[in-house]
Design a protein around this ligand. Structure first.
Ligand SMILES: *Cc1c(COP(=O)(O)O)cnc(C)c1O
Length: 395
C-alpha cells in the first residue's frame, strides 16, 4: 500500500499564455487560465498546474459522464478600492467541497492553506480581468469530478481517479441581480419536480442537483421556488437560500430561513454570514455593520409551508422575502406564482441593508472578523508570464 501524496501548492507547473494568444470568440469573459490538480487513489494528489484554459478530455465511460460524479463551488474574487484582490471566507467553500466530494466517493482531504495558495496564484494572474466597480467581480468555479471509468457495479464506493480544477468568469450572476434591481424577482413555486428530500443530496453542491430540475423553469419567471413534502414546504430558489421577514405575534420582526436539520437545504456561506450578523445584532454582541437594522429582531431556522406565505400576504404579517447566495448576494423576491395564483410580496428596507452590508464586507470596505482574505501578489508568476513565450515553467 503506497502512501497517498497530499495536495501541495509547490512545485507548481506553470505554463504561461503566449503573447500571441488569441481569445476564442464568445470566451472573452472567461479567465485566461485554469488550475488543475489530478488525483489518483494509488498515488494521491498529483502536481498542480496553472495553464491556459482548455477543453478537458475523458474516457467515454468516465464516472462524471456516466453517473454525474461531479460537484462544484461558486465563489467570487473582488477588487477593492486599493486594487487588491479579495476572497470572502474561502475556507468555508473549501470545506463544503470536501463534504460534496465525500458524498460522491471523490477525494475529500486536503490542506485548505495549500489550495488557497494555488487559488491566489491563479487569481493574481487574472488581476486585470477582475472588475473594480461595486457589485462586480470575477466568479470562480472550482469543480471536482471522477475521471476514471465507472460502469456496472463498482467494487467499492470510491473513485480511482479524479480531477480538481478551477476556472473563472467575469460577473457571472450580475445580470440576474440587475434585472431584479428595484423590483425584485418573480418565482414560480414548483411542486411538480422535487429538488431535494430527506436522505437525498440537497445539502451538497452536486451537479446532479441542478441538471435534474432545470426543466422546471417557466418562461417569465427568474427561477423556480422549490417545494417539498405534503405541506409544500419551501426549500430554496434556484441556487439561493430563501428567507422571509415576518412580524411575529409578540411584535418582534423575525428573519426566518429553513433549518439545515433535514439535509434538504444547501448550507450557504451567505446564509451563515447573514445569520451571524443578525444574531450578533439582536443579542447586542456586535452592532449590525451598517446603520438602520431594527433592534427588535430574531433569527428563526425552521420549515416554512407555502400556506404560511399565502396567509402572510393576506393578513399583512409577511413583511418581505429574499434570496441569498454568492451569485446574487441578497435579492428581493417580489412575486410568487403558486397553484395558478400570483402573490405579491412586500418590499422591506432590511433587504437592501443586508445586501449593502454583505457587498461592503466582501469588497473590504467594511472589515468584519477575518471574513475577507486579501490575495498576496505573485510577482514570480506575472514576471514569467511576460518573459516567456509559450514555454513551460515550474514555479
Ligand atoms: C450555492 C448555493 C446556495 C448559496 O450558497 P452560498 O455559499 O451562499 O453561495 C444556495 N442554494 C443552493 C442550492 C446553492 O447551490
Amino acid at each position: 500500500m503506497t502512501t497517498q501524496a497530499p495536495l501541495k501548492a509547490s512545485p507548481l507547473y506553470f505554463s504561461p499564455i503566449s503573447p500571441s494568444h488569441n481569445v476564442a470568440p464568445g470566451k472573452e469573459g472567461y479567465g485566461r487560465y485554469m488550475l488543475t490538480i489530478p488525483w489518483s487513489r494509488t498515488s494521491g494528489w498529483g502536481q498542480a498546474k496553472i495553464s491556459p484554459r482548455a477543453d478537458l478530455s475523458f474516457d467515454p465511460l468516465a464516472g462524471v459522464l456516466q453517473y454525474a460524479t461531479t460537484c462544484f463551488e461558486g465563489m467570487k474574487c473582488y477588487k477593492d478600492e486599493a486594487g487588491d484582490l479579495r476572497l470572502f471566507r474561502p475556507n468555508l467553500n473549501f470545506d463544503r467541497l470536501k463534504r460534496s466530494g465525500a458524498r460522491l466517493g471523490l477525494p475529500a482531504e486536503w490542506d485548505n492553506a495549500e489550495l488557497l495558495d494555488l487559488f491566489s496564484k491563479l487569481l493574481y494572474l487574472e488581476t486585470d480581468l477582475v472588475p473594480q466597480a461595486d457589485g462586480q467581480n470575477l466568479y470562480i468555479r472550482p469543480t471536482l469530478l471522477e475521471t476514471s471509468e465507472s460502469f456496472g457495479i463498482k467494487e467499492d464506493a470510491f473513485a480511482s481517479e479524479a480531477l480538481l480544477y478551477v476556472v473563472t468568469s467575469v460577473n457571472l450572476g450580475a445580470g440576474l441581480y440587475a434585472s431584479a434591481e428595484g423590483k425584485g424577482l418573480r418565482l414560480d413555486a414548483c411542486s411538480e419536480f422535487i429538488r431535494a428530500w430527506p436522505g437525498g443530496t440537497g445539502s451538497y453542491k452536486l451537479g446532479a442537483n441542478y441538471g435534474t430540475v432545470s426543466v422546471a423553469k417557466k418562461p417569465g419567471f427568474a427561477m423556480s421556488l422549490w417545494l417539498h413534502g405534503a405541506e409544500d414546504f419551501v426549500s430554496e430558489a434556484g441556487a439561493m437560500n430563501i428567507w422571509i421577514i415576518k412580524e411575529a405575534k409578540d411584535g418582534v420582526l423575525e428573519f426566518v430561513t429553513m433549518s439545515l436539520d433535514n439535509g434538504i437545504v444547501l448550507p450557504g456561506v451567505t446564509r451563515a454570514s447573514i445569520i451571524q450578523l443578525l444574531e450578533d445584532h439582536a443579542s447586542g454582541k456586535a452592532e449590525f455593520p451598517l446603520p438602520g437594522m431594527p433592534k427588535n429582531i430574531r433569527v428563526v431556522q425552521r420549515d416554512i409551508p407555502m400556506a404560511e406565505i399565502v396567509e402572510g400576504t393576506k393578513d399583512g404579517s409577511l413583511k418581505g422575502m429574499f434570496g441569498c447566495g454568492t451569485g446574487v448576494v441578497v435579492v428581493q423576491v417580489a412575486e410568487i406564482q403558486y397553484k395558478n395564483e400570483l402573490y405579491q410580496i412586500p418590499a422591506n428596507p432590511a433587504i437592501k441593508l443586508l445586501r449593502d452590508t454583505m457587498t461592503a464586507v466582501q469588497r473590504g470596505a467594511i472589515a468584519h472578523e477575518d471574513w475577507s482574505y486579501v490575495i498576496p501578489a505573485w510577482e514570480a508568476g506575472s514576471a514569467q508570464e511576460h518573459d516567456v513565450d509559450g514555454q513551460k515553467v515550474v514555479a
